[in-house]
Design a protein around this ligand. Sequence first.
Ligand code: GDD
Ligand code: MG
Length: 352
Amino acid sequence: MKAILLAGGKGTRLRPLTIHTPKPIVPIFNRPFLHYQIDLLRQVPEVDEIILSLNYQPGRIEEIFGDGSGLGIKIRYVVEPEPLGTAGAVKYAGDSLTESVIVFNGDVLTQIDLAAVLRLHRERQAKATIVLTPVENPTAYGLVETDAGGHVRRFVEKPAADQITTNHINAGIYVLEPGTFDRIPRAVPWSIERSYFPSLIERNEAFVAYVYDGYWIDIGTPDKYTQVHRDIMDGRYVAAPFVDLPPSRAVIDAGARIDAAAVVQGPCFIDEGVVVRAGARVGPYSVIGRQTQIEEDATVESAIVWPNCRISRDATVRDAILGRHCHLGRAVTVDGGAVLGDKTTLTDYTRA
Ligand code: GDD
Ligand code: MG
């Protein structure tokens, strides 16, 4: 059985981070995001191949995952000549499929039991099965209404406030029968949410919901991207490098150099080659990427710093995300949810 990972979006809401790093490979701690999804798919014994459906900066992604041999699963890449939307991408990547296929949005992190979703799909002889999850505010998602028998009756993508009739949304995880791809036009942008799902409902085809209320997050905005790190540090989602650790633990790579007169407060993560100098403080919920230097008396707190940054003396980074190779001058302050793109340079004493 094949799984298609939809990973061709531009990641606009994560800009500027996604200008040089496509969303599927933004780092979560020190691993590109798709690793987490591949790990989940590998747990389903029937899945023998993952098809990565790409469009934006595909080369960067192929370089990282190769043919999958290093990960113990076959990976194939299908690159659209232009973005075909979520349904167009499934058609383009899965046109020759003859058996049920798992489709996954390439930006959701979850611990769902995919084998159980497959079982439901088969028991109900569904044409499509969709995973639903409850959220507080459905407006950023696809709202899904079901009937008492667990069939999908209505799908409203990005509902307005007055269209909210349920807190169940599309979790971006489906099992689909390729026989239903006939309605998706070839080579024109088409949306799974706005066109394919409504068409299943209109034609009264077996479209079944699987409700999941365990851990689920879409990492596609700076807030959610930060949240996912917190969730892993707090043990709400169990994943490396925070497995089997006591609460509030600071995870420090053996190749990091922390001065004896620096302060490190967990939970936090400090990667290989990081230097933290005397008087500096790395506070709770900080993630410091490879080779970053934190100089004397600087403070980093509740912030995600990608590799190769330099945070000069007396600087403060709080509630912020820094892309790669950022250079903050002396006594710079960056806070309040700032997101700095790769190679941002801030001169001494800047407040951003
Ligand atoms: N190959 C390809 N081509 N992939 C695409 C394209 C495309 O043209 N457009 C989007 N994708 C991929 C994105 O990379 C992402 O992994 C996934 O499809 C969903 O796109 P997003 O842009 O992240 O959509 P969203 O988060 O606003 O909404 C979707 O996900 C929600 C759950 O997180 C919808 O499916 C909602 O209904 C759903 O609730
Ligand atoms: Mg998304």
